[in-house]
Design a protein around this ligand. Structure first.
Ligand code: EPZ
Length: 420
């Protein structure tokens, strides 16, 4: 049995959609709630399978955690556990973010390696190296990881060998209640890092410099709770924008600021879309043919985001002229290229670069999702293709989109999801 997303393409998209809170902000905030001594309420949280996994991990630790509509309510337990199941850890990459807060709070944690989309090797060496520098001891036994810090974590000055988003989040979560001061050099600058630091600050943490490559943390004994609305999901916004660019039409995205996904909007404008940027709203319109944009390279924020690379590729299948998208972060970002080819697009994958010289009339096809953003990219390509497309293993898409079919149905897209 698998989940299938069926799309009937060839119709322009028109209308308005609200952009939900960012998955990649909500997940670290849920891990951070382990450190909170009081209730936490997160608002505008989409119903994602990765959110459900995080709530299950919190419940494994003895924390009361549930989602009611678009609110997540967390009530910390008095006596926390410190073991995270292999089954849950394997379900997503963000499960790694639970290591630091549990270790900080309990003095020990045992878990397995995280799961996550297969985008290439995704080690956690920077996470672990940083925790060691803060006083943790690390042991492996039968593919389980045992971290100990019986005397608590100690602030340290640490340079990340690469600006890893997850490792920066791990070290922020380790430092916020550590003894003394931590200074992180070479930190990631993504908006989700800034959002985590802002949430920790609202809960009583003392963090400066988030959003820059040097972050300073003064450890505090414990954190309060908070009611908090995470930032908008810039990758969901990029998904909607690329879908409108692909299928044509005019779409307004509410509750999102243009600067959150500026590199994506800039490339779509270069390809021939009209973009209107307002305070908390962006409107994109595509009436004429798209044209190729040459080379686009992904990078760490504020460069073009790796997660939007397959989404942009799907839009550029409709463009006249050449484009090349080079992902500098993950070697296996374009597993969706196989599906693009099945739809008749002229694409060539060479290492982590996807060459697009399409402008062909793409048609519906039988395809298969292999990761979250690749699955969403196939849906975008299908919206522009004539006829019916089926995307098997569509469960990947539910990791990052609460209900992609409803999102696009609101805009006139013809989609249904079913099991077979
Ligand atoms: C986060 O993953 C996001 N996930 C990813 O989004 C996103 O693609 C990625 O950041 C880059 O922006 C979440 O926030 C839950 P990294 P993360 O650590 O933290 C290497 C999506 O679709 N690295 O910044 O795992 C790593 O191999 C997902 O929502 C090490 O070598 O990304 C990769 O090449 C996909 N050692 C590079 O750094 C480490 O210890 C960037 O990875 C950690 C990372």
């Amino acid at each position: 049995m698998t989940e299938i997303l069926e799309i009937w393409g060839g119709h322009p998209l028109c209308g308005t959609v609200k952009i939900p809170s960012a998955k990649n902000s909500v997940l670290p905030l849920l891990a951070a709630s382990v450190l909170c001594q009081e209730k936490v309420c997160l608002e505008k949280v989409p119903d994602l399978s990765d959110v459900q996994v995080s709530l299950a991990l919190l419940r494994e630790l003895g924390v009361s955690a549930r989602q009611s509509g678009d609110r997540v309510l967390i009530t910390p337990g008095r006596q926390l556990k410190s073991s995270l199941s292999t089954e849950m850890m394997h379900k997503m990459r963000a499960s790694v973010l639970f290591l630091a807060p549990v270790l900080s709070r309990m003095g020990s944690v045992d878990a397995s390696l995280p799961g996550g989309c297969k985008l290439g090797a995704r080690p956690i060496d920077i996470h672990l190296d940083g925790l060691e520098k803060m006083g943790a001891s690390i042991h492996w036994h039968e593919e389980r990881l045992y971290l100990r810090a019986p005397h608590g974590l100690q602030g340290a000055e640490y340079t990340l060998r690469c600006p890893s988003v997850g490792a920066t989040e791990t070290l922020l979560l380790a430092a916020v209640c550590a003894r003394g001061t931590t200074i992180l050099h070479g930190a990631a600058r993504e908006p989700e890092i800034t959002d985590l630091a802002k949430f920790l600050g609202v809960c009583g943490g003392r963090i400066t410099g988030a959003g820059t490559e040097t972050i300073r943390v003064e450890g505090v004994p414990s954190l309060f709770g908070a009611t908090y609305t995470p930032i908008a999901d810039r990758i969901v916004a990029a998904t909607v924008a690329c879908a409108c660019a692909a299928a044509g039409g005019c779409v307004t995205m509410q509750d999102v600021r243009a600067e959150l996904f500026a590199p994506v909007l800039d490339v779509l404008e270069k390809a021939g879309c009209n973009i209107r940027r307002e305070e908390e709203r962006v409107t994109i319109e595509r009436r004429d043919l798209l044209h190729g944009v040459g080379l686009v390279e992904t990078g760490t924020y504020p460069e073009f985001p790796t997660d939007a690379a397959p989404l942009l590729a799907a839009a550029l299948l409709q463009a006249n002229g050449e484009s090349c998208i080079q992902d500098t972060i993950f070697p296996k970002r374009f597993a969706c290229a196989e599906g693009f080819g099945a739809m008749g697009a002229r694409v060539r994958l060479q290492d982590a670069a996807l060459y697009i010289n399409s402008g062909a009339i793409t048609h519906g096809a039988m395809t298969c999702a292999q990761d979250l953003r690749g699955g969403a990219a196939l849906a975008i390509a299908a919206l522009a293709a004539t006829g019916k497309t089926e995307i098997r293993d569509a469960f990947y898409i539910k990791r990052g989109y609460a209900d992609l079919k409803s999102l696009f149905r609101q805009l006139g897209g013809k989609m249904r999801m079913f099991k077979k």
